[in-house]
Ligand binder design. Sequence first.
Ligand SMILES: *Cc1c(COP(=O)(O)O)cnc(C)c1O
Length: 381
Amino acid sequence: MDRTNQVWERAIPVSEEEIISLVKQFDTPLFVVSEEKLLQNYRAFQEFFPGIEIFYAVKANPHPFIIRTLKEIGSSFDVASFQEIELVSSQGVPPERMIFANTIKRKKGLRYARQIGVNLMTYDNEEELKKIAMVYPEAQLLVRIKTPSNGSRANLSYKFGAEPDMAPELLLQAKNMGLKPAGISFHVGSPCSNVNNYLYSLQKVREIVEKVSGEISISVIDIGGGFPLSLYEEEGEGSLEAFSKAINPHLQEFLKDGYRVIAEPGRVIVGSAAFLITKVIGKAVRSGITWYYLDDGIYGTFSAIPFDKAAFRFLPLRESKEELPAVLAGPTCDSLDVVAENVLLPPLELEDLIVVPDIGAYSWASATNFNGFERAQVVMI
Ligand SMILES: *Cc1c(COP(=O)(O)O)cnc(C)c1O
């Protein structure tokens, strides 16, 4: 492939020689996290949304390197389970810098949150309030509302979120149970390509705040995650910049009125900060099409394909003018383990390397060791 290719230049922060030397040192499959890109993404988000507190969504990629790097730059964290709280805590993050942002919490997680003092959490139903009243009545509660998910790949208001009309009642209910309602949260779906989802949700937040004023003092607004992977959308209405232009005036108004405004970005922070190096370990021609078998697949880093409905670009190191349609398959014995069909690739040989950019989010996080194939090793450069 053409090394002056924009995709490579933008997405892969190292040269071809460095890729080869990384593979010599660590072998494949290798999941490479660029510290520089991670920090860049974090700072870009900060610049686009000034004054908003960032709670990185750990589920996007929980690798300790990532948690540690983000901790050091000042990030807070969105955690969803006992394990995530323990992980983030083990990296030295104090409990005030975590939000337990799962509206359906296991008691084990709740107990642990109380034990170490993770005070901020979300809920969206009455049964959860009862659970919180029993286990952690001192917690600060944010009611999560349902939002439109038009144009989002994963709808996060399908499984979660109270109808906005019900939110005032749920907040009052918390108060009447002796709990501490403190705010409102939402998540527009991930990734979200339609900024109107945020605008609609912020409007609903305004309405709820006004409706309960006098009874409950709302102090925290949580706008969730869902921000687009900026690399795919450098410009235009789907870009992070366009999102910030549209949303910011509303957020700044909340800030001016003394609210604490927080966000839980995952994908936009880590998505473009990592690339995968995988190797061709087998090759066969089946029904006239060449199949290349890779050492990583659907049960590994490419779990992003079934779970996150992700689409990736495959950049082979081998250069050739000729490109032919091929199938890329993973290493397991499951026939489901097909990574991509109809990919245009130069003729490849065994041991050839393929680099896959923008694979940092919801990929390594959901990988398994099915069939004995271990998850890709992670290195930070
Ligand atoms: C998954 C999730 C996020 C992160 O979403 P992104 O689209 O990756 O930014 C944030 N908050 C909650 C509650 C989530 O479930």
